[in-house]
Design a protein around this ligand. Structure first.
Ligand SMILES: [Cu+2]
Length: 141
């Protein structure tokens, strides 16, 4: 084995060790990010139903609204479903986007920290009136 071959093997083995080392560091973080229990037990669950071209929010008492209304300090578990095509629940100010695929329930936890009104926009092209598929998250004090 000449020097060039030794260097080649050292590079391959070094890159492999680096790859597995980074994966070992990243996997626990990715697992924590995806964990719906990260904030603890939610105060309540809101079902979010997306359909062309509106959002419907169903609360634990059975009431429904076109806007998501929650109280400051609440930990809310959103269970998101689509009735028809792929939609995406995007709240820019709160820094998250959840793709919603028909036939599957997606879960997202909101910690309502700062009172105010934040736009919800569908971020997946879903048909003619996709641009109008927006509403608000209202966090009340
Ligand atoms: Cu859309």
């Amino acid at each position: 084995m000449n020097t060039l071959e030794k260097l080649e093997w050292a590079t391959i083995i070094g890159a492999t060790i680096l790859l597995f080392g980074l994966a070992a560091l990243a996997l626990p973080v990715l697992d924590a990010l995806d964990n719906p229990d990260y904030y603890g037990e939610p105060d309540y669950i809101v079902n979010v139903v997306a359909s062309q071209w509106s959002w419907n929010f169903i609360y634990p008492d059975g009431s429904e609204s076109g806007e998501l209304k929650i109280k400051q300090g609440d930990i809310v578990r959103l269970e998101l479903e689509s009735k028809d095509v792929i939609h995406s629940f995007y709240v820019r100010e709160m820094g998250f986007k959840v793709d919603i695929i028909p036939g599957r329930t997606r879960i997202h936890i909101i910690l309502a920290e700062t009172p105010g009104e934040y736009w919800i926009q569908c971020a997946e092209f879903c048909g003619a009136y996709h641009g109008g598929m927006r509403t608000k998250v209202i966090i009340e004090e």
